[in-house]
Design a protein around this ligand. Structure first.
Ligand code: FES
Length: 319
């Protein structure tokens, strides 16, 4: 087993909402767990070939006593959430990566507003706790299908403590749809805006915030907006070993790397988490991810090998 992974033990499962449970993991060997900042995630190795990223929902700390993740059961998903709900039992041990953070909180902003959809509440919980701790203003606009599908309502009520900072929107109830564009239009330009939720919500958020300073706009996607590049028909050359690998139709670069026992980090396999980012030495990538910015794609210095392909006949990777 990769020694950079941490062995963790499932200590508690809590029903949070319809189809959503939280899972608390402690260290399996009583050593301290690596710390994390708000917005961080860990990758859980659920089974061989089944690695999934989950945001941490408990309060960020330098020496956390546990990691809490929340999992929404997706009947039509790729199987990770079903496995977690159906198979994980208290006492089970798993391997996990140390926390990484692709959705950091800007603690300098005097005011922040969060647009959240469904399970997207998870990374935002430690963020609003942290903003409270350092005396910053924040508001949370939390959209879900219905009250019974809304996770962490009790916890949010405690955090809000009657201040009216948490607003719930239930799509199933008339007149309750969250209007991101109308809300953003009322905000001061200095307010930092965050979004975590399904693709359509992120798209609405990006459209509503396109005129704002990009440094104040933060978001994290769960699922891809584009099809992975599976057309194949090009070679990948590994710069360090000189090995040349053929990417055949029906395979991603990541598939080919793993088939050839090349170790690369990966997690979501959807082009959203950033885990598989790999340097490009030569060649032109066909970017299909939702992680790199347009400028980074233009610069062609790195590629998400889980979903992107090549426009050139050969792609030389920093591997
Ligand atoms: S594995 Fe998540 S972006 Fe590639």
């Amino acid at each position: 087993m990769n020694t950079s992974l941490i062995e963790i033990r499932l200590k508690r499962i809590t029903f949070e909402a319809e189809r959503i449970s939280s899972f608390d993991f402690v260290s399996a060997d009583d050593r301290s767990l690596p710390g994390f900042h708000p917005g961080a995630h860990i990758d859980l190795h659920l089974q061989p070939g089944m690695v999934r990223s989950y945001s941490l929902a408990n309060a960020a700390a330098a020496d956390p006593a546990y990691y809490r993740v929340a999992v929404q059961r997706e009947p039509d998903g790729r199987g990770g959430s079903r496995w977690a709900h159906d198979k994980l039992r208290v006492g089970d041990t798993l391997w996990a990566t140390a926390p990484q953070n692709d959705f950091p909180l800007d603690e300098c902003a005097s005011c922040a507003i969060f647009f959240v959809g469904g399970i997207g509440i998870t990374p935002v919980l430690p963020m609003i706790r942290r903003l409270d701790a350092i005396g910053r203003e924040w508001r949370l606009m939390y959209a879900s299908r219905s009250h019974k599908e809304t996770a962490f309502t009790e916890e949010l009520r405690r955090i809000d403590a009657g201040r009216g900072r948490v607003c719930h929107f239930h799509d199933s109830e008339p007149g309750q749809r969250l209007d991101i564009s109308a809300t953003v239009a009322t905000l001061a330009q200095t307010t930092h805006v965050y979004c975590c939720g399904p693709t359509r919500m992120i798209d609405d958020f990006l459209a509503a915030t396109q005129a704002r300073n990009p440094a104040t706009v933060h978001y994290e996607r769960f699922s891809a907006t584009q099809q992975a590049a599976m057309e194949g028909g090009f070679d990948v050359v590994l710069h360090k070993s000189g090995a040349r690998l053929r990417v055949e139709p029906g395979k991603t670069i990541l598939d080919v790397l793993l088939d050839n026992d090349v170790t690369v980090p990966y997690s979501c396999c959807n082009g959203v988490c950033g885990s598989c980012r790999t340097g490009i030495i030569d060649g032109q990538a066909d970017h299909r991810d939702d992680f790199l910015s347009d400028e980074e794609k233009q610069a062609n210095q790195s590629i998400m090998v889980c979903c992107s392909g090549a426009r050139s006949k050969t792609l030389v990777l920093d591997l």
